[in-house]
Design a protein around this ligand. Structure first.
Ligand SMILES: *Cc1c(COP(=O)(O)O)cnc(C)c1O
Length: 214
């Protein structure tokens, strides 16, 4: 069995004790088709990329031949790439401004697609981080769902990297309840167990499945 498949199975085993209804997104950024195919052939269905161009180079053919695959856009999305993103991805985790929301709505309409979307929250209020401020969430959510009719399924965050994530995850769970959403995209290789304890439904795992990135 390929290492990445072994790693995936270990994670599955470990999280089943807490919640068996979690989607593990295998984050394949920087890895190539040879690294990805063992997981595809094993039947894994959720994969994540953080750059549109890189995803376009790797995924169209694999998706064509495996139509049960769900591709997740987890990185910053520029409006000039939306057209391509909406064609290729099934989920976008990083919606955090009105211009982007509007553009996604327009491009989806053109090709009759309806992606599942997370709103990214800047949960640590970090200057350099993407995501909307907590205080703007309600207004932003209403605009996305009512005006642009986006299929918002939940919230996503990347907590500050040098701190314990637990308090941020707890706050995300509360925010999600407050807004009335069901899904939460949080938890990476280092902190996915904590994320699950606070209701994460989508964990985004890269290095713990594929090995370290250069
Ligand atoms: C790279 C990345 C991950 C996965 O990180 P690992 O620590 O390798 O698990 C998760 N989420 C986002 C947004 C990423 O860019």
């Amino acid at each position: 069995m390929h290492n990445s498949v072994k790693n995936l199975l270990l994670i599955k085993d470990q999280i089943e004790k807490y919640n068996s209804n979690i989607d593990i997104i295998a984050v394949s950024k920087t890895f190539n088709q040879n690294d990805i195919m063992p997981l595809v052939e094993f039947g894994h269905m959720h994969f994540g990329e953080n750059k549109v161009q890189e995803a376009q180079d790797k995924w169209p053919k694999i998706k064509m031949q495996n139509n049960n695959i769900n591709l997740h856009m987890i990185g910053k999305l520029q409006t000039n790439k939306v057209k391509f993103a909406v064609k290729l991805f099934d989920y976008i985790h990083s919606v955090d401004n009105i211009k982007l929301a509007k553009k996604i709505a327009e491009e989806q309409k053109k090709i009759n697609r309806d992606l599942k979307i997370f709103i990214q929250i800047n949960i640590g209020n970090e200057e350099q981080k993407s995501g909307i401020n907590k205080s703007e969430l309600k207004e932003f959510y209403l605009k996305c769902s009512k005006e642009y009719r986006l299929n918002i399924i939940g919230l996503m965050c990347l907590p500050p990297s040098n701190k314990n994530s637990v308090l941020y995850f707890k706050e995300m769970e509360e925010l999600n309840k407050f807004i009335g959403l069901k899904k939460l995209s949080m938890g990476m290789s280092a902190d996915y167990l904590d994320a699950i304890k606070y209701g994460s439904s989508h964990i985004r795992i890269g290095s713990k499945i594929f090995g370290s990135r250069n």
